[in-house]
Design a protein around this ligand. Structure first.
Ligand SMILES: Nc1ncnc2c1ncn2[C@@H]1O[C@H](COP(=O)(O)OP(=O)(O)OP(=O)(O)O)[C@@H](O)[C@H]1O
Ligand SMILES: [Mg+2]
Length: 263
């Protein structure tokens, strides 16, 4: 089986700064990874590498069986779904939700094809429904709330039927109900054997959806711990990652963390 991601000694340096350093990381088909770490830890950098949007300064980054630097990234990118704040900013406010989702397929099928293909629209409608956003299809993107936008961004990222889905802080800016709704929907995607390999970046263990299998903990560009969630997600590792003593609890298939206090 070919690894979805195979990073060996990957580092990224920019303008004298080291963004990530010596990353060894393997993601296999069927795995669902959470990348956890504080602000500035290098999480988005790692996701940009996985998306083929950034090349390593050192080491070897394998993505979907290709090696970054030795592959045309324009062939690679349609095989990867990415939802991030930076990409979301590029979505025109005047575009309808339906079109925001359906236009993701243009990169794959080429501009010669009639963009408003019935099959594309049926797929977009199905994805919006899976994310609980079917009622928004006719609205313009600019009129949506933050939580509604997040769902549309994820539907768009899934539109090309990617082999790898990358989500950078999908629950950021959501209220409690919105977060819980999104976590449940991502849990449903993670539990679907047909779903692509998943990597979800977050600051909060509370946002880890059910059915996620593995975790990578990142601090100051380096891996603190990684592996199956049951083994690698410990209070000790989490404390080392965030730089303060934390207690960690599991309730059912969800996680909760808080600062450890004397009492
Ligand atoms: N072009 C650049 N030049 C120098 N430093 C950079 C550059 N891009 C990012 N950085 C720094 O690299 C570090 C890692 O950034 P990154 O965006 O990957 O962190 P992150 O873990 O995603 O943080 P957050 O949780 O705040 O989104 C940060 O300290 C950031 O300031
Ligand atoms: Mg980030």
């Amino acid at each position: 089986m070919t690894d979805v991601l195979a990073f060996a000694g990957v580092s990224v340096r920019r303008g004298g700064a080291t963004l990530v350093e010596g990353i060894d990381w393997e993601v296999e088909e069927g795995q669902r990874w959470v990348v956890l770490g504080p602000n500035g830890a290098g999480k988005t950098t790692l996701l940009q590498l996985a998306a083929g949007r950034l090349h390593p300064s050192a080491g070897v980054a394998g993505v979907l069986g290709e090696v970054l630097g030795a592959v045309d990234v324009f062939d690679l990118r349609p095989r990867i779904g990415l939802a991030s704040a930076a990409l979301a900013e590029a979505i025109p406010a005047s575009e309808t939700v339906r079109d925001v989702v359906v236009t993701a397929s243009w990169g794959v099928v080429g501009r010669w094809r009639e963009p408003y293909d019935d099959l594309d629209h049926a797929r977009a409608a199905g994805l919006l429904e899976a994310l609980g956003a079917e009622h928004l299809a006719g609205r313009t993107y600019g009129t949506l709330s933050e939580g509604e936008r997040k769902r549309v961004q994820i539907a768009r990222a899934l539109m090309t039927d990617p082999e790898l889905l990358l989500l950078d802080e999908p629950a950021a800016g959501l209220d409690l109900a919105g977060r819980e709704d999104l976590v449940a929907r991502l849990g449903a995607i993670a539990g679907d054997v047909e779903a692509p390999a998943l990597v979800l970046v977050t600051h909060h263990v509370e946002e880890i959806p059910p059915h996620f299998t593995d975790v990578l903990l990142l601090r100051e560009g380096r891996v603190v711990a990684q592996g199956p969630i049951e083994l690698a997600l410990t209070a000790e590792n989490l404390s080392a990652t965030f730089g303060l003593p934390l207690s960690l609890e599991r309730s059912g298939n969800r996680w909760f963390a808080r600062a450890r206090t004397a009492d």
